[in-house]
Ligand binder design. Structure first.
Ligand SMILES: Cc1cc2nc3c(=O)[nH]c(=O)nc-3n(C[C@H](O)[C@H](O)[C@H](O)COP(=O)(O)O)c2cc1C
Length: 320
């Protein structure tokens, strides 16, 4: 969509231009598919025009294939779901030969999510992908255990998270998003550590750690006992996180993620400072959600008289 020129007749309202710049990469719209919620894109190719989406964040890819966790891996909760998939994926070699090629051929803007057990593994993954055409950005899934530090999740430790970013930046020129968790006391400290280490942008937030019990069977609903909570239930947490980090680190691009189902949900995250948003759980409810949220966002911008999503934060009134 491009704006009408000044010579347009008939007082037609200017059409907003939905495209945004994310870490130097032009996205057709600010609405992405979130990691793990769109498969590797192949599953969705028959449903949606992958090239028309803002971008697709792939399921997290590791060096070696991973089988994932035992079932049940998901459980419904009010306004959301719990999952403990266990980062099942075919490994980076199979990914590059298969799904990545397909996504690139389909013209999709591809953001590859990486997951490793050590900073060095993240670095090796980044180096492997550096030579692959069709990778627009990398996203680091830092919500995974650091085997060199008692299994502590990288994103809960500013120093460990920064170490991963440094390893990746040393291995690639592709822009890097660090994906953080809200399961910390001081999110801004982690955000500052990873951006100081060279992260080009942030994705906020991953799922929140939760648990549900089947009270009839008197046992956990998930085989892994605990799992990640996602969906509308976590949206207020995501909005708070984006707002807090945008205030503290102005100018750092943020992909707001958490409970986006509708155009208004996306607008909420953009108003408080996100550059783009990603739709996760919403895809399970409606496989067309990413495109529909983008279309609706265009209408929202037009109704607000705004030409671009990038103008929204300036319209946010910080006080009630
Ligand atoms: C089934 C499922 C699988 C997910 N897999 C990944 C993953 O592989 N890597 C990752 O970084 N995030 C993963 N996520 C987290 C989402 O990308 C997203 O950050 C989170 O679900 C919040 O967004 P939502 O409320 O729109 O789902 C997964 C979420 C779900 C529900």
């Amino acid at each position: 969509m491009t704006g009408h020129g000044p010579g347009d007749q008939g007082g037609a309202r200017t059409q907003p231009d939905l495209s945004v710049d994310l870490c130097g990469v032009r996205l057709a719209t600010p609405v992405l598919a979130a990691s793990g919620c769109f498969g590797f894109g192949r599953e969705m190719a028959g449903w949606v025009d992958l090239a028309a989406l803002g971008g697709i964040v792939t399921k997290s890819v590791s060096l070696e294939p991973r089988r994932g966790r035992p079932t049940p891996r998901t459980a419904e909760t009010p306004s959301g779901m719990l999952n403990a998939i266990g980062l099942q994926n075919p490994g980076v070699e199979a990914f590059c030969a298969g799904d990545l090629r397909l996504l690139a051929e389909a013209g999709a803007t591809v953001i590859v999510s990486l997951v490793g057990r050590t900073p060095e593994e993240f670095g090796r993954l980044a180096a492997r992908l550096a030579g692959e055409p069709g990778v627009a950005l990398l996203e680091l899934n830092l919500s995974c255990p650091n085997v060199e530090h008692r299994g502590e999740v990288f994103a809960t430790d500013p120093a460990a998270a920064a170490q991963v970013v440094r390893a990746v930046k040393a291995a690639t020129a592709t822009p890097v998003l660090a994906k953080l968790t809200a399961d910390v006391t001081d999110l801004v400290a982690v955000a500052r550590a990873v951006t100081d280490a060279g992260a080009d942008g942030l994705t906020l937030i991953n799922t929140l750690l939760g648990m549900a019990v089947d009270v009839r069977a008197r046992r956990p609903r998930l085989a892994a006992v605990t799992g990640g909570l996602s969906g509308p239930a976590i949206r207020p947490v995501a909005v708070r996180c984006v707002w807090q980090v945008a205030q503290a680190l102005p100018g750092v691009p943020i992909v707001g993620t958490g409970g986006v189902l509708t155009p208004d949900d996306a607008a909420e995250l953009l108003l408080v400072g996100a550059t783009a948003v990603a739709v996760g759980t919403g895809n399970f409810i409606n496989p067309g959600a990413v495109a529909e949220v983008a279309d609706g966002l265009g209408r929202y911008l037009a109704a607000a008289g705004v030409g671009s999503p990038a103008e929204l934060p300036a319209l946010f009134k910080a006080e009630r």
